[in-house]
Design a protein around this ligand. Structure first.
Ligand code: COA
Ligand code: ZN
Length: 312
């Protein structure tokens, strides 16, 4: 399989990132960061969730956030919906895309949305019906696609079952979520091949967390399978509150740096991304794991009189 020449980068920092923070990031700050991401050329942003405000209080302002976003650039604004209630709220708010999410593992689905996979699936048709009234685009996410913190390995056939249900419901864009960073390059290769063989018409989007430090290695494996869409968070923020041990997403600036250095286009201004990530550090009040925002780009070289000289 040939590597793609361009990749769609989705920013999930204000959703996956801020949901993992104990503090509530003010609505105006979320809007400012999202508008900066749009100006930086990010083509798709998962900006928030229309979930229960008791489950994720950090994202209870989704309606107000969307109202403040500059929508003149055509950036796809996506949001999570867990049930028909969330779909109705998201449709009324005017999202571009609803992201339904059903885990590949039974235990994580139970912890995350308080119901079984089959119960979640039984609500899917109603969500699709609500979305279709306003012609809202759909994306199907699958947390724990590469392993579950409660069950360990997730058999490919279990993942395939959720993908088949999404496909049957009419969803063509499917995100494989590596909720607690259990993916490995080998597993990514095997999973992509398994799904591409059986579901040639779906577009696979990869959503990695860097929990075990191999997030970008997994991106490399995805690129080798021709996957051209990846999700990441500014500064490497992120994590699911309902998955023990979940830590940061792969970092958007580091991902874009890797892609650009490989000659793969993203349409994104990496310097603007680094500046946004530093802004997020200030908002959150701690150092974030992103590396390129600290090291700079390869062309950012130093003058000879900068730094120490080793004199014996
Ligand atoms: N938006 C806003 N409120 C919602 C809602 C939605 N989409 N869905 C349910 N609620 C409200 C109900 O109105 C009810 O409120 P009330 O008690 O004031 O009447 C309350 O939440 C409980 O509703 P219920 O249908 O019994 O839900 P639940 O308690 O079984 O929780 C979910 C199920 C799906 C709503 C909840 O688990 C959830 O929001 N999970 C999201 C998890 C998530 O985002 N994880 C991170 C992404 S991987
Ligand atoms: Zn995630």
């Amino acid at each position: 399989m040939t590597r793609p020449t361009s990749v769609q980068v989705t920013e999930v920092g204000t959703r996956d990132g801020f949901q993992a923070e104990s503090q509530f990031v003010p609505t105006a700050t979320k809007v400012r960061l999202i508008n900066e991401l749009i100006a930086a050329g990010i083509p798709r942003i998962e900006f928030s969730s229309f979930v229960s405000p008791r489950a994720i209080p950090q994202l209870s302002d989704a309606v107000d956030v969307l109202a403040g976003i500059d929508r003149s650039h055509g950036t796809t604004l996506a949001a999570l919906v867990p049930n028909p209630r969330g779909a109705a709220r998201a449709a009324e708010a005017g999202v571009d895309q609803m992201v339904v999410f059903i885990s590949a593992s039974e235990s994580h689905n139970q912890k995350n949305v308080n119901r079984s996979i089959d119960e979640s699936l039984s609500g899917l048709d109603e969500i699709m019906r609500i979305a279709s009234i306003d012609g809202v685009d759909m994306h199907g996410a699958i947390p724990t696609s590469f392993g579950c913190p409660f069950e360990g390995n997730v058999p490919l056939d279990n993942l395939g079952k959720v993908v088949a249900s999404y496909r049957d419901a009419g969803i063509k864009s499917i995100g494989l979520g590596d909720t607690t960073g259990m993916a490995t390059p080998t597993l990514v290769t095997d999973t992509c091949r398994y799904l591409q063989d059986r579901f040639p018409d779906i577009r696979i989007v990869l959503h990695f967390h860097n929990t075990r430090g191999i997030g970008l290695c997994n991106v490399m494996a995805g690129l080798d399978e021709g996957i051209d869409a990846y999700e990441s968070a500014f500064g490497g923020l992120g994590g699911c509150p309902f998955a023990p041990g979940a830590t940061g997403n792969i970092c958007t600036e580091d991902l874009v740096f890797l892609l650009h250095e490989m000659g793969i286009e993203t349409g994104v201004d990496i310097r603007a991304l680094c500046s946004i990530a530093r802004d997020v550090e200030g908002v959150i009040g701690r150092e974030l794991p992103g590396q390129v925002m600290k090291a700079g780009l390869r062309e950012d070289i130093y003058k000879m009189d900068e730094g120490a000289t080793a004199v014996g």
